[in-house]
Every structure is written in structure tokens, then in C-alpha cells.
Ligand binder design. Sequence first.
Ligand SMILES: NC(=O)c1ccc[n+]([C@@H]2O[C@H](COP(=O)([O-])OP(=O)(O)OC[C@H]3O[C@@H](n4cnc5c(N)ncnc54)[C@H](OP(=O)(O)O)[C@@H]3O)[C@@H](O)[C@H]2O)c1
Length: 239
Amino acid sequence: MPSTSISTGSAAGPAPCLAVSGASGKTGWRVVEEALGRGYRVKALLRPGSEVPEGLQGAELIRLELTDQAALERALEGTVALVIATGARPSVDLAGPLKVDALAIRQQCAACRAAGVKRVVLVSSLCSGRWFHPLNLFGLILVWKRVGERWLEASGLDWTVVRPGGLKETEDDLDAQGIRYSGPDQQESNSIPRRLVARVCLEALDAPASIGRIIEVTSAAGVEPLSLEQWLARQPQPA
Ligand SMILES: NC(=O)c1ccc[n+]([C@@H]2O[C@H](COP(=O)([O-])OP(=O)(O)OC[C@H]3O[C@@H](n4cnc5c(N)ncnc54)[C@H](OP(=O)(O)O)[C@@H]3O)[C@@H](O)[C@H]2O)c1
């Protein structure tokens, strides 16, 4: 079991650099913002045509297609980890989930290996892997998400999969929300603000015990407020 965490707390040397793909997305820009707030330098990976949300101020913006392997490898060079917040946007292109939620994960894993980036956190979804689910009307998205997860799991990288419930835009009363963490296929409904998902991704980078785990997250008022690290400390070690 790898034991490294990525700390930004050291006074020695420059701040570590984190890459975030899907940085123009509503979870992605929050991951960037949270990372900047914790002292990382951030490379925000965007498509050539992506709109730039305000939350990316202070990050280095790198525009590329994820299918451009050479550009992706160059972008990842010098980074300590990648947070993947890409996801097919609803569209008439029913091949979107295959391309973005499966193939693009494999491309990002390959680029990480080539660039020497060992640590990856993937934002996936509750119910990943389910065949019978209404969300699959959009290009079997939950099936392709599981394929993407499995490619990451088999990549040889130090991976964590974060599976959130329904994503909410609210930034209100976040401190009143406790996060309900679980292992895979334990939760199938409920929601969580994107800001809390972003924080879990950053906490995972600092928690070696999250490596090699699928972690499902939803939130609600009244749930015991636990950090990811506290929840992980209560879990049996994976075999
Ligand atoms: N919506 C929910 O309730 C929900 C629930 C659970 C899990 N999730 C998953 O959580 C993740 C984040 O969701 P979100 O709603 O925050 O995301 P989002 O706002 O829809 O953003 C998606 C991101 O992926 C990028 N992207 C889409 N197609 C791409 C492609 N072909 N190549 C490169 N980048 C591409 C988008 O870039 P552009 O800006 O250029 O389009 C954007 O940055 C996704 O994987 C989503 O499936 C969502």
C-alpha cells in the first residue's frame, strides 16, 4: 500500500502543482479554487472552446483536446497529481459518455504514466456500473463511467474514485452539512453540493488511506460531521 500524501504545508521549495481536467465544469472550477486556497499551484486543463469560469483566476490555463496525447503529457509534466472532473455534457451525441467517461479516462491514465504523475483522483458518480437506471438513457453513461473507473483501477497509478450523489450548485450552509461516506455500491440516491465534492477530492490527496478506494459521498444536515481522514480511520484496511 503506497503511503505518500501530497502536502502543501512545507516551507521548503515551491508549492506543488496540481492538474485539474474538466476545469471549466461546475465541479472542476471548485476543485481548482479549493486547491489554490490550500496552497497548490494549479494547471487547469480546458478544451480549446471551453468557457472560462471565474473560479479559475490564479490557475495556469492550458487548452487542449484530451485526445491529443502529446499535449496532455506536456501539460501534466511537473505536476504531483491529477484530479479528473471531466464528464460528458448532456447532448444529442449519445457517444459522448463513451468518449468522455470511458476513453478519455484511459487517455488521461496513459498520459499520467508517461509524464510520471502517480496520483489520480477521479470524480465519477453514484450508481456507476448500473445497467438499469434512467440516467443510462444518455448513452449508457453509468456503464461507461464504470469502464473508465476500471481502466483507472488497472492503470498502476495511485488512484481514488470519488462517487458523488446528485450534484448541487448551492454554496449556502455548507457547514451544516455532514458528508455520508461509504464504500462502493452502498448508496443510490441523495445529493451533495459540488463544493463539498471538491473538498473531498483535495482531502483525498492528503489521505494515503484513500488510495485504491472507491468512496461514495452524499450529504445532509444532521449527518455526523467527519473529515475524509476520520472516516477512513474507521474503515478496515483493504485486503
Ligand atoms: N450532474 C450530477 O448531478 C452528477 C451527479 C454525479 C456525478 N456527476 C459527474 O460528476 C462530474 C462533474 O460533474 P459537473 O456537473 O460538475 O460537470 P460539468 O459542469 O458538466 O462539466 C463537465 C466538464 O467536462 C468537460 N468535458 C466535457 N466533454 C469533454 C470532452 N470531450 N473533452 C474534454 N473535456 C470535456 C467540460 O468541458 P467544457 O466546459 O468545454 O464543456 C467540463 O469542463 C461528471 O463526471 C459528472 O458526470 C454528475
